[in-house]
Design a protein. Structure first.
Length: 332
Protein backbone atom coordinates (compact mmCIF):
# COMPACT_ATOMS: atom_id res chain seq x y z
CA UNK A 1 0.00 0.00 0.00
CA UNK A 2 2.75 2.37 1.04
CA UNK A 3 4.67 1.50 -2.09
CA UNK A 4 1.55 1.98 -4.23
CA UNK A 5 0.90 5.39 -2.69
CA UNK A 6 4.50 6.38 -3.19
CA UNK A 7 4.28 5.38 -6.80
CA UNK A 8 1.10 7.43 -7.27
CA UNK A 9 2.68 10.42 -5.53
CA UNK A 10 5.79 10.03 -7.65
CA UNK A 11 3.77 9.85 -10.85
CA UNK A 12 1.70 12.88 -9.85
CA UNK A 13 4.90 14.76 -9.07
CA UNK A 14 6.48 13.93 -12.42
CA UNK A 15 3.27 14.91 -14.18
CA UNK A 16 3.31 18.30 -12.43
CA UNK A 17 6.93 18.85 -13.45
CA UNK A 18 6.17 17.76 -17.00
CA UNK A 19 3.11 20.02 -17.15
CA UNK A 20 4.96 23.06 -15.89
CA UNK A 21 7.80 22.26 -18.32
CA UNK A 22 5.28 22.13 -21.19
CA UNK A 23 3.66 25.40 -20.23
CA UNK A 24 6.73 27.36 -19.13
CA UNK A 25 7.42 29.56 -22.10
CA UNK A 26 10.52 31.49 -23.09
CA UNK A 27 9.06 34.67 -24.54
CA UNK A 28 11.04 36.42 -27.26
CA UNK A 29 10.88 40.20 -26.94
CA UNK A 30 12.01 42.37 -29.87
CA UNK A 31 13.58 45.66 -28.82
CA UNK A 32 14.09 48.33 -31.48
CA UNK A 33 16.72 50.26 -29.53
CA UNK A 34 20.15 49.40 -28.16
CA UNK A 35 21.12 48.01 -24.75
CA UNK A 36 21.08 50.88 -22.25
CA UNK A 37 18.08 52.55 -23.91
CA UNK A 38 14.81 53.45 -22.20
CA UNK A 39 13.15 50.57 -24.05
CA UNK A 40 15.81 48.21 -22.79
CA UNK A 41 15.52 49.42 -19.16
CA UNK A 42 11.76 48.90 -19.32
CA UNK A 43 12.20 45.47 -20.89
CA UNK A 44 14.74 44.35 -18.30
CA UNK A 45 12.33 45.25 -15.48
CA UNK A 46 9.49 43.42 -17.24
CA UNK A 47 11.61 40.26 -17.60
CA UNK A 48 12.69 40.42 -13.92
CA UNK A 49 9.08 40.73 -12.75
CA UNK A 50 7.82 38.01 -15.06
CA UNK A 51 10.54 35.57 -14.00
CA UNK A 52 10.14 36.38 -10.29
CA UNK A 53 6.41 35.66 -10.39
CA UNK A 54 6.02 32.75 -12.81
CA UNK A 55 7.83 29.77 -14.31
CA UNK A 56 8.13 31.64 -17.58
CA UNK A 57 11.30 33.23 -18.87
CA UNK A 58 11.82 35.95 -21.45
CA UNK A 59 14.69 37.18 -23.57
CA UNK A 60 15.29 40.64 -25.02
CA UNK A 61 16.66 40.98 -28.57
CA UNK A 62 17.99 44.54 -28.83
CA UNK A 63 19.00 46.70 -31.79
CA UNK A 64 16.21 45.57 -34.06
CA UNK A 65 17.70 42.05 -34.34
CA UNK A 66 14.21 40.65 -34.91
CA UNK A 67 13.31 43.16 -37.62
CA UNK A 68 12.22 46.75 -38.02
CA UNK A 69 9.78 47.99 -35.37
CA UNK A 70 6.90 48.01 -37.84
CA UNK A 71 7.75 44.47 -39.03
CA UNK A 72 7.71 43.21 -35.44
CA UNK A 73 4.15 44.49 -35.03
CA UNK A 74 3.13 42.42 -38.04
CA UNK A 75 4.98 39.39 -36.70
CA UNK A 76 3.32 39.67 -33.29
CA UNK A 77 -0.07 40.15 -34.93
CA UNK A 78 0.24 36.82 -36.74
CA UNK A 79 1.67 35.09 -33.67
CA UNK A 80 5.21 34.38 -34.92
CA UNK A 81 6.70 36.79 -32.37
CA UNK A 82 5.67 36.98 -28.70
CA UNK A 83 6.34 40.59 -27.75
CA UNK A 84 7.89 43.80 -29.01
CA UNK A 85 8.99 47.12 -27.58
CA UNK A 86 8.38 49.86 -30.14
CA UNK A 87 7.86 53.59 -30.40
CA UNK A 88 4.15 54.46 -30.55
CA UNK A 89 4.69 56.15 -33.90
CA UNK A 90 5.52 52.71 -35.32
CA UNK A 91 2.14 51.35 -34.16
CA UNK A 92 0.09 54.26 -35.55
CA UNK A 93 0.17 52.95 -39.16
CA UNK A 94 -1.61 49.78 -37.94
CA UNK A 95 -3.95 51.39 -35.42
CA UNK A 96 -4.61 55.00 -36.43
CA UNK A 97 -6.36 56.06 -33.22
CA UNK A 98 -3.07 55.86 -31.27
CA UNK A 99 -2.04 58.74 -33.55
CA UNK A 100 -3.49 61.03 -30.91
CA UNK A 101 -0.23 60.40 -28.99
CA UNK A 102 1.80 61.33 -32.07
CA UNK A 103 -0.02 64.56 -32.89
CA UNK A 104 2.48 67.37 -32.39
CA UNK A 105 2.32 69.32 -29.13
CA UNK A 106 -0.46 67.29 -27.50
CA UNK A 107 1.66 65.72 -24.74
CA UNK A 108 3.63 68.45 -23.03
CA UNK A 109 5.30 66.62 -20.12
CA UNK A 110 6.11 63.23 -18.63
CA UNK A 111 3.20 63.77 -16.25
CA UNK A 112 0.85 64.25 -19.23
CA UNK A 113 2.18 61.03 -20.74
CA UNK A 114 1.71 59.08 -17.49
CA UNK A 115 -1.81 60.39 -16.96
CA UNK A 116 -2.95 59.55 -20.47
CA UNK A 117 -1.34 56.14 -20.84
CA UNK A 118 -2.28 54.90 -17.36
CA UNK A 119 -5.83 56.32 -17.46
CA UNK A 120 -8.97 55.85 -19.53
CA UNK A 121 -7.38 57.09 -22.76
CA UNK A 122 -4.66 54.43 -22.48
CA UNK A 123 -7.28 51.74 -21.84
CA UNK A 124 -9.30 52.75 -24.89
CA UNK A 125 -6.23 52.85 -27.13
CA UNK A 126 -5.19 49.43 -25.84
CA UNK A 127 -8.58 48.03 -26.88
CA UNK A 128 -8.31 49.72 -30.27
CA UNK A 129 -4.85 48.32 -30.84
CA UNK A 130 -6.03 44.79 -30.10
CA UNK A 131 -8.88 45.27 -32.58
CA UNK A 132 -6.86 46.96 -35.33
CA UNK A 133 -3.37 45.55 -35.02
CA UNK A 134 -3.74 42.21 -33.22
CA UNK A 135 -1.39 43.25 -30.42
CA UNK A 136 -2.11 44.17 -26.81
CA UNK A 137 -0.27 46.98 -25.06
CA UNK A 138 0.87 45.62 -21.69
CA UNK A 139 3.18 48.43 -20.59
CA UNK A 140 4.49 51.84 -21.52
CA UNK A 141 8.03 53.16 -21.84
CA UNK A 142 8.53 56.90 -21.32
CA UNK A 143 11.56 58.07 -23.26
CA UNK A 144 11.27 61.86 -23.26
CA UNK A 145 10.76 64.54 -25.91
CA UNK A 146 11.97 63.81 -29.41
CA UNK A 147 14.67 66.40 -30.07
CA UNK A 148 16.05 67.20 -33.50
CA UNK A 149 19.64 66.20 -34.26
CA UNK A 150 21.70 66.97 -37.34
CA UNK A 151 25.25 66.91 -38.62
CA UNK A 152 25.24 70.18 -40.57
CA UNK A 153 24.38 73.30 -38.56
CA UNK A 154 22.76 74.75 -35.46
CA UNK A 155 18.98 75.02 -35.90
CA UNK A 156 16.83 77.28 -33.78
CA UNK A 157 14.18 78.50 -36.25
CA UNK A 158 12.01 76.99 -38.93
CA UNK A 159 14.11 78.94 -41.46
CA UNK A 160 17.27 77.18 -40.18
CA UNK A 161 15.66 73.83 -40.89
CA UNK A 162 15.33 74.50 -44.62
CA UNK A 163 17.70 72.49 -46.81
CA UNK A 164 18.31 69.74 -44.23
CA UNK A 165 17.50 66.15 -45.13
CA UNK A 166 15.71 64.75 -42.09
CA UNK A 167 14.83 61.12 -41.52
CA UNK A 168 11.40 60.43 -40.03
CA UNK A 169 9.67 57.17 -39.16
CA UNK A 170 7.19 55.86 -41.74
CA UNK A 171 4.45 57.77 -39.99
CA UNK A 172 2.17 60.14 -41.90
CA UNK A 173 1.63 62.49 -38.94
CA UNK A 174 5.34 63.04 -38.51
CA UNK A 175 5.89 63.41 -42.25
CA UNK A 176 3.16 66.06 -42.36
CA UNK A 177 4.62 67.86 -39.38
CA UNK A 178 7.92 68.37 -41.16
CA UNK A 179 6.04 69.40 -44.29
CA UNK A 180 4.26 72.03 -42.19
CA UNK A 181 7.74 73.26 -41.27
CA UNK A 182 8.58 73.56 -44.97
CA UNK A 183 10.70 70.49 -45.65
CA UNK A 184 10.04 67.15 -47.27
CA UNK A 185 11.44 64.57 -44.81
CA UNK A 186 12.80 61.14 -45.68
CA UNK A 187 10.71 58.24 -44.27
CA UNK A 188 13.06 55.46 -43.17
CA UNK A 189 12.73 52.41 -40.92
CA UNK A 190 14.31 52.79 -37.50
CA UNK A 191 16.57 49.80 -38.12
CA UNK A 192 18.15 51.65 -41.07
CA UNK A 193 18.52 55.04 -39.42
CA UNK A 194 21.98 54.73 -37.89
CA UNK A 195 23.41 53.59 -41.23
CA UNK A 196 21.53 56.38 -42.98
CA UNK A 197 23.16 58.93 -40.69
CA UNK A 198 26.60 57.32 -40.93
CA UNK A 199 26.50 57.22 -44.72
CA UNK A 200 25.06 60.75 -44.83
CA UNK A 201 22.00 59.65 -46.77
CA UNK A 202 20.23 61.90 -44.28
CA UNK A 203 21.56 64.87 -42.29
CA UNK A 204 19.44 64.41 -39.21
CA UNK A 205 16.55 62.80 -37.37
CA UNK A 206 14.57 63.24 -34.17
CA UNK A 207 14.49 61.06 -31.09
CA UNK A 208 14.79 61.61 -27.32
CA UNK A 209 18.11 62.27 -25.56
CA UNK A 210 18.04 58.74 -24.11
CA UNK A 211 17.74 57.22 -27.56
CA UNK A 212 20.32 59.54 -29.16
CA UNK A 213 22.69 58.49 -26.38
CA UNK A 214 22.07 54.73 -26.37
CA UNK A 215 22.29 54.60 -30.18
CA UNK A 216 25.58 56.58 -30.06
CA UNK A 217 24.23 59.12 -32.55
CA UNK A 218 26.69 61.62 -31.04
CA UNK A 219 29.35 59.90 -33.16
CA UNK A 220 27.66 61.14 -36.36
CA UNK A 221 25.49 64.09 -35.22
CA UNK A 222 26.76 67.42 -33.89
CA UNK A 223 23.71 69.59 -33.18
CA UNK A 224 20.58 69.17 -31.10
CA UNK A 225 17.53 71.43 -31.15
CA UNK A 226 15.18 71.03 -28.21
CA UNK A 227 11.95 70.87 -30.18
CA UNK A 228 9.35 69.23 -27.99
CA UNK A 229 6.77 68.28 -30.60
CA UNK A 230 6.31 64.65 -29.57
CA UNK A 231 6.84 63.06 -26.20
CA UNK A 232 8.09 59.59 -27.04
CA UNK A 233 5.96 56.80 -25.63
CA UNK A 234 7.09 53.29 -26.46
CA UNK A 235 4.66 50.50 -25.64
CA UNK A 236 5.50 46.91 -24.85
CA UNK A 237 3.06 44.80 -26.84
CA UNK A 238 2.22 41.12 -26.78
CA UNK A 239 0.70 39.14 -29.62
CA UNK A 240 -3.02 39.02 -28.79
CA UNK A 241 -3.33 35.43 -30.03
CA UNK A 242 -0.46 34.34 -27.78
CA UNK A 243 -1.94 36.30 -24.85
CA UNK A 244 -5.31 34.58 -25.34
CA UNK A 245 -3.65 31.15 -25.28
CA UNK A 246 -2.28 31.82 -21.77
CA UNK A 247 -4.08 30.87 -18.57
CA UNK A 248 -5.86 33.66 -16.69
CA UNK A 249 -3.22 33.40 -14.00
CA UNK A 250 -0.40 33.88 -16.51
CA UNK A 251 -2.22 36.77 -18.15
CA UNK A 252 -2.48 38.45 -14.75
CA UNK A 253 1.25 37.95 -14.11
CA UNK A 254 2.10 39.46 -17.49
CA UNK A 255 -0.13 42.48 -16.95
CA UNK A 256 1.32 43.02 -13.46
CA UNK A 257 4.88 42.77 -14.82
CA UNK A 258 3.97 45.30 -17.53
CA UNK A 259 2.58 47.66 -14.93
CA UNK A 260 5.69 47.40 -12.73
CA UNK A 261 7.89 48.02 -15.78
CA UNK A 262 5.80 51.08 -16.71
CA UNK A 263 6.30 52.66 -13.27
CA UNK A 264 9.99 51.78 -13.42
CA UNK A 265 10.30 53.45 -16.82
CA UNK A 266 8.92 56.79 -15.58
CA UNK A 267 11.40 56.75 -12.71
CA UNK A 268 14.23 55.76 -15.03
CA UNK A 269 13.54 58.81 -17.20
CA UNK A 270 13.33 61.13 -14.19
CA UNK A 271 16.60 59.74 -12.82
CA UNK A 272 18.65 59.66 -16.00
CA UNK A 273 17.64 62.33 -18.54
CA UNK A 274 19.59 65.30 -17.10
CA UNK A 275 22.82 63.31 -16.79
CA UNK A 276 22.43 61.91 -20.30
CA UNK A 277 21.95 65.43 -21.68
CA UNK A 278 25.17 66.49 -19.92
CA UNK A 279 27.00 63.51 -21.35
CA UNK A 280 25.85 64.36 -24.88
CA UNK A 281 27.35 67.82 -24.37
CA UNK A 282 30.53 66.28 -22.99
CA UNK A 283 30.69 64.11 -26.11
CA UNK A 284 30.68 67.26 -28.24
CA UNK A 285 27.06 67.87 -29.13
CA UNK A 286 25.88 71.47 -29.24
CA UNK A 287 22.37 71.94 -27.84
CA UNK A 288 20.04 74.86 -28.48
CA UNK A 289 16.48 75.79 -27.65
CA UNK A 290 14.23 76.91 -30.48
CA UNK A 291 13.80 80.67 -30.83
CA UNK A 292 10.60 82.33 -29.52
CA UNK A 293 9.88 79.51 -27.09
CA UNK A 294 9.17 77.29 -30.13
CA UNK A 295 6.14 79.45 -31.05
CA UNK A 296 6.62 79.23 -34.82
CA UNK A 297 7.15 75.45 -34.79
CA UNK A 298 4.03 75.03 -32.63
CA UNK A 299 1.79 77.29 -34.71
CA UNK A 300 2.73 75.77 -38.07
CA UNK A 301 2.46 72.17 -36.86
CA UNK A 302 -0.76 72.35 -34.89
CA UNK A 303 -2.62 74.43 -37.48
CA UNK A 304 -1.70 72.17 -40.40
CA UNK A 305 -1.55 68.74 -38.81
CA UNK A 306 -4.23 68.49 -36.12
CA UNK A 307 -7.29 69.03 -38.38
CA UNK A 308 -5.91 66.69 -41.02
CA UNK A 309 -5.95 63.78 -38.55
CA UNK A 310 -9.22 64.31 -36.66
CA UNK A 311 -10.90 61.60 -38.70
CA UNK A 312 -8.19 58.97 -38.33
CA UNK A 313 -7.92 59.39 -34.56
CA UNK A 314 -11.67 58.86 -34.25
CA UNK A 315 -12.94 62.43 -34.52
CA UNK A 316 -12.09 65.78 -33.00
CA UNK A 317 -13.90 64.65 -29.83
CA UNK A 318 -11.10 62.16 -29.19
CA UNK A 319 -8.53 64.93 -29.27
CA UNK A 320 -10.74 67.06 -27.06
CA UNK A 321 -11.11 64.23 -24.54
CA UNK A 322 -7.33 64.08 -24.34
CA UNK A 323 -6.97 67.84 -24.03
CA UNK A 324 -9.66 67.90 -21.36
CA UNK A 325 -7.92 65.12 -19.40
CA UNK A 326 -4.81 67.30 -19.51
CA UNK A 327 -6.71 70.39 -18.31
CA UNK A 328 -6.33 72.19 -21.65
CA UNK A 329 -8.85 74.04 -23.83
CA UNK A 330 -10.65 71.98 -26.47
CA UNK A 331 -10.38 72.77 -30.15
CA UNK A 332 -13.60 73.98 -31.79
C1 LIG B 1 11.73 55.80 -34.52
O1 LIG B 1 12.26 56.91 -34.65
O2 LIG B 1 11.36 55.09 -35.44
C2 LIG B 1 11.57 55.31 -33.12
O3 LIG B 1 11.36 56.36 -32.25
C3 LIG B 1 12.76 54.58 -32.76
C4 LIG B 1 12.76 54.01 -31.38
O4 LIG B 1 12.12 53.02 -31.15
O5 LIG B 1 13.43 54.53 -30.50
Amino acid sequence: MFKKLSLVTLLAGSLAVATSAVYAKNFKIAVGDAAGSAQHAMGVKFVEELQANSDHTAELFVNGQLGSEQDTINDAAIGVLDMSLVAINNITPFSPTVGVFTLPYVILSLEDAEMLTQGDVGKELTENTIRDAGVRIIGWTYTGFRVLTNSKKPVSTVADLQGLVIRVPKNEIMIDTYKAWGIDPTPMAWSETLTGLQQKVVDGQDNPYLTVHSMKFYEVQDYITNIRYIFSIEPLVISESIFQDLSEEDQAVILAAGNAATLHSAQHLRDSEAAIKEDLIAKGMEIQDPADGEAEFIKLATEAVWPKYYESIGGVDKLNAVLEALGRDPVQ
